[in-house]
Design a protein around this ligand. Structure first.
Ligand code: G3P
Length: 226
């Protein structure tokens, strides 16, 4: 499963890129608003941090023509490795079909139902993004919906993978990772939560304490091996 950072905070992106094996960055209009910065400026900085890794940027208009114009502007500004998120609504499917012909990679976003994802994949999207936690909040099972979408894509041999999004905890991500969905995007705090565990910290600390007891000094292996 590919793992993306769902954020536009460049300090956090630098930190996570330094520490973890992440694959890219996803954004949406709300995330860009929350960054408090000019969209072009912040997205350019993210592009410079992540190199040629996938960067997801959403088209804002709600009509196909406007979505296509935004998609062209986005890929011209941030490169062909940039994936354009298109809302999975009727005008969005129209835009996805055209963008596929134009060679622009898209992600069908705002996915709440399996058949929305099916239409986006059929329209040429390379990713479909179900909103796990938001589906849960509606009283449905976001994990089950996402697994169903994954099954639809695989069983129909569609050239499209799940980009599971909207997580509130690492357990939700783990369930989809174990199921083998293609990719997931999570906020920095959720990614940090994969390894936030007092037992892990204690075990690591115990190893250091025991090793220091060998001759009463804080040495590492290299001190003994020189
Ligand atoms: O980018 C879409 C998705 O990640 C939204 O997440 O946390 O706003 O539900 P959230």
């Amino acid at each position: 499963m590919k793992l993306f950072i769902d954020d536009a905070n460049t300090e956090q992106i630098r930190r996570l890129y330094d520490l973890y094996p992440v694959d890219g960055v996803t954004t949406n209009p709300s995330i860009l608003y929350k960054s408090g910065r000019d969209p072009k400026e912040v997205l350019s900085e993210i592009r410079s941090i992540i190199g040629n890794d996938p960067l997801f940027v959403q088209a804002v208009p709600l009509d196909a023509e406007g979505m296509i114009e935004d998609a062209v502007a986005i890929t011209e500004a941030f490169g062909r490795e940039t994936i354009v998120k298109i809302p999975s609504i009727p005008e969005g499917f129209k835009a996805m079909k055209k963008l596929k012909e134009m060679g622009i990679t898209t992600c069908g976003t705002v996915v709440y139902t399996p058949m929305q994802a099916y239409l986006a994949a059929k329209a040429g999207a390379s990713y479909v993004a179900p909103y796990v936690n938001r589906i849960d909040n509606m009283g449905y099972d976001g994990i089950a919906v996402t697994k169903e979408i994954h099954d639809i894509l695989v069983r129909n041999d569609m050239d499209c993978i799940v980009l599971a999004a909207s997580f509130k905890n690492s357990q939700q991500v783990k369930e989809l990772c174990a199921y083998g969905v293609g990719s997931a995007t999570a906020a920095p705090d959720v990614i940090d939560g994969f390894v936030r565990n007092a037992a892990i910290d204690q075990a690591v600390s115990d190893f250091c304490t025991d090793f220091a007891k060998i001759d009463g000094a804080e040495k590492t292996m290299k001190d003994y091996l020189k």
